[in-house]
Design a binder for this molecule. Structure first.
Ligand SMILES: [Zn+2]
Length: 313
């Protein structure tokens, strides 16, 4: 068995026994010894079926994420290409347009009404160099421009048009948050119909389904990461906080997910109203300790379900 297979089997067993525990205690109905793909809800009896289960990275691996859950290979590939790309690409762009070390940016330079294509390269020590290649430019015009360009002169830089679609970048944040919530709470609440809107969005990235303004960049310290319940009355939801690390920069994101108490659209409306009014909104988050006992500890699972059903009343 390869290392990859071993890891997949370990994750499979962990989430299958979590699901069995929930079925045995009456929290879930359905067939035991089954792994459900959190993206498409397809049932898997082994790690290597017709559509095998593959390691899912949340956040994406290139942004410092780890693979602690499994999704169908087809779900994994599809979401990777159509959603995650926009997030990794945008963060790369932000790094390079801020001229952070180890980045390269293609730009257009405007000088004397002429446009030159160039590449700005920032090395590991932060030294910035600009390259103009003869291949990408009209050679005679480039020559003229180089002669005209004197040291210390101000030139206009224009960044190339981005390939990033802003909505898809948002869906990538949603996907990371959703997978992290599944990693943390397992099968406990993820199949509640309140999460249908998340899955629908991830499976239809060309349409806007999830309400807007569901993410923000919190001013919390780097160490604060995890999956929390927002306990404030009327704002009950799940807040997932994670860092995205390009290797050059670290950015923190907060994403609001539904919880079975409220409709997420209503929660987001209230949150955005309150935020506009108060500017800094304090939320009651639970739990502070981020252990992974929720998967195997029936007492914690019971407490969580109890909290949800009390709030629903
Ligand atoms: Zn799937």
């Amino acid at each position: 068995m390869s290392k990859n297979d071993e890891k997949r089997q370990r994750i499979f067993d962990k989430y299958v026994s979590n699901r069995n525990l929930l079925i045995d205690n009456g929290f879930l109905e359905g067939e035991k010894d089954t792994y459900i793909c959190p993206i498409c809800l397809e049932a898997h009896k082994t790690i290597d079926g017709k559509d095998p289960l593959s390691l899912e990275d949340a956040p994406p691996k290139s942004l410092g994420g780890k693979s602690n859950t499994l999704t169908c290979k087809s779900c994994n590939n599809e979401a990777g290409h159509t959603i995650d790309f926009h997030l990794t690409e945008r963060l790369r762009e932000l790094d390079s347009t801020a001229f952070l070390p180890n980045t390269e940016t293609k730009v257009k330079i405007k000088f004397d009404d002429q446009i030159t294509n160039a590449t700005i390269n920032v090395d590991a020590h932060g030294k910035i160099s600009m390259f103009h290649s003869k291949k990408n430019n009209h050679p005679i015009k480039l020559e003229e421009q180089m002669v005209g360009l004197k040291g210390g002169e101000v030139v206009n830089l224009e960044f190339l048009k981005t390939r990033v679609i802003p909505e898809k970048l948002e869906y990538a944040l949603l996907k990371t948050a959703y997978i992290l919530a599944f990693e943390r709470f397992g099968n406990s609440i993820i199949y509640d119909s309140c999460f249908d809107i998340v899955r629908e969005q991830l499976n239809n990235p060309d349409e806007r389904i999830y309400p807007e303004n569901f993410w923000f960049t919190p001013p919390y310290p780097k160490e604060m990461e995890g999956v929390y319940f927002v306990c404030d009355k009327g704002l009950e939801s799940i807040l997932v906080i994670f860092n995205l690390d390009t290797g050059n920069s670290l950015r923190k994101f907060g994403v609001f997910l539904p919880c079975p108490v409220n409709d997420i659209a209503t929660v987001l409306e209230r949150l955005n109203e309150q935020f506009a009014d108060e500017k800094n909104l304090t939320l009651k988050l639970y739990p502070w300790e981020q252990d992974d006992k929720y998967l195997e500890d029936i007492e914690q699972i019971k407490t969580m379900h109890q909290w949800i059903s009390n709030r629903k009343k």
